[in-house]
Ligand binder design. Structure first.
Ligand code: HEC
Length: 199
């Protein structure tokens, strides 16, 4: 009888299976920690929540070939400067409203969601708001009553009234402002920001 070559032995494949499983486990744990570092507020690409106290604009980065966020001078949301804790609480409330009302059923946020309605990742900087100085009020009005405050965001569709209270709408605006400051590697593409004052 011919001897079975080493690569065809059951023991070899059993050891290989154990080794591959163990290695994948280690790599997955490492990737998890590496990802956390990139997606947590206060990291290189994702600013602290208190960034909502500042002007957010976009500047062309020739090396990377697209526009990247630039955190500008102080420009508090709704004219009130918040501490990091207050800002974190407000942005979190906005996130809960967005999750609770299932905005992702129609919209996309940071690459997740649907494309029935405009991408919200940079909605804070959408020129459709007319002017940077009045947009926060217009956004609150729109979110509380989209039917009567409809603007042209280019989709040709209508957003339903989701009956947001003023506090909920303001929290959503805080979330949208914070989200617009995230460096998303130029995503979504072809985006042209609203001109900011003083630049
Ligand atoms: C049933 C689908 C639908 C749902 C759910 C929905 N929207 Fe919309 N939304 C739209 C449509 C459609 C438009 C675009 C209207 C237009 O083009 O005039 C829009 C526009 C917007 C805009 C303006 C976009 C821009 O480019 O500036 C914002 C901000 C917005 N929605 C926020 C929200 C938030 C926050 C929620 C959840 C609380 C939500 N939407 C839920 C359909 C929806």
């Amino acid at each position: 009888m011919q001897a079975i070559p080493w690569w065809a032995r059951e023991g070899f494949w059993a050891k290989t299976a154990v080794f591959v499983t163990a290695l994948s486990f280690v790599i997955l744990i490492w990737l998890t920690f590496d990802t956390m570092k990139q997606i947590m507020a206060g990291s290189v690409r994702v600013p602290d929540y208190s960034v909502i106290n500042q002007r957010i604009s976009y500047v062309a980065d020739d090396e990377r070939g697209y526009q990247v966020p630039k955190i500008g001078p102080e420009e508090p949301l709704f004219g009130k400067k918040l501490t990091e804790e207050e800002a974190a609480a407000l942005v979190r409330k906005g996130k809960l409203v967005i999750q609770g009302r299932n905005c992702m059923n129609c919209h996309t946020l940071l690459g997740n969601g649907a494309y029935f309605a405009p991408d919200l990742t940079k909605a804070w900087l959408d020129p459709a708001w007319g002017a940077a100085t009045i947009r926060e009020q217009l956004m609150v009005q729109f979110l509380m009553d989209p039917t009567n405050n409809a603007r042209t965001f280019g989709s040709g569709r209508k957003m339903p009234n989701l009956k947001l209270t003023e506090d909920e709408a303001k929290a959503v605006v805080a979330y949208l402002k914070w989200m617009s400051a995230i460096d998303t590697n130029g995503f979504p593409y072809n985006f042209k920001p609203i001109p900011q004052g003083g630049e």
